[in-house]
Ligand binder design. Structure first.
Ligand code: B16
Ligand code: MG
Length: 212
């Protein structure tokens, strides 16, 4: 039987709700540019890289590379201004509890976020010391739904993918973890994370006896 040795946590939408800050930053940019964008459209951006997110918002509008870069920077500036006020209060319910529980059971812990801002967020939340490996949007070229980020983590942990379980809130993240050959815990509604092996409404609800 496969025995899970490591938990790989996504960050945005799993341990903290920066998904809302990403939405507000994209919405401000979209409004400035006269682009239609609402909360439903935003669901498709969960776990997706900054550039791929912008491409989804632009649809097939022709835009120069220079303008794309400018828009990505502008959105990132809006997003980072939200991070200035962030601290441990922004951890989602049960986040520290599950990390502590897993540590005490001897599970290895890693973090895999598509965000280039993940190091700043981790610092603000003061959770860096829980993780043996922290991979972010700078760690690999192809981010979720490609398996690369999760495979990067399992290599760093020196573990086979089948020994890892991924905790994700995004459809793209569950697809990436499955493509990497890892077990999955989906956080959120079945419409979004229905492909996961286990589904819970939040990390607070994870029942370790069901997943280990
Ligand atoms: P940045 P995760 C992802 O983080 C977010 O879910 C996604 O909405 C965002 O576009 C992406 O990071 C890139 O973020 O612009 O900060 O590099 O869910 O993989 O932790
Ligand atoms: Mg996420």
């Amino acid at each position: 039987m496969k025995k899970i040795e490591a938990f790989i946590f996504d960050l945005d939408g799993v341990l903290t709700d920066t998904a809302e800050y990403h939405y507000q930053a994209w919405k401000r940019l979209a409004d400035e540019e006269g682009l239609p964008f609402n909360r439903r459209d935003n669901e498709k951006l969960r776990g997706v890289s900054r550039r791929a997110s912008l491409e989804l918002i632009l649809k097939d509008r022709p835009v120069s590379e220079e303008k794309i870069r400018e828009m990505m920077e502008r959105k990132n500036g809006y997003y980072r201004s939200h991070l200035e006020w962030m601290d441990e209060k922004d951890l989602l319910p049960g986040a520290v509890d599950i990390l502590e529980k897993l540590k005490s059971k001897g599970c290895r812990l890693a973090l895999a976020s598509a965000s280039k801002n993940a190091p700043t967020v981790v610092k603000r939340l003061k959770i860096g010391s829980y993780f043996e490996v922290i991979a972010d949007g700078n760690s690999v070229e192809k981010t979720k739904p490609a398996p690369d980020l999760f495979l990067f983590v399992s290599e760093k942990l020196n573990l086979l993918p089948e020994k890892c379980i991924v905790v994700e809130d995004a459809e793209a993240g569950i697809a990436a973890a499955k493509a990497a050959g890892m077990a999955t815990i989906g956080i959120g509604p079945p419409e979004r994370v229905g492909e996961a092996d286990h589904i819970y409404p939040g990390v607070w609800a994870i029942k370790l006896e069901e997943v280990l």
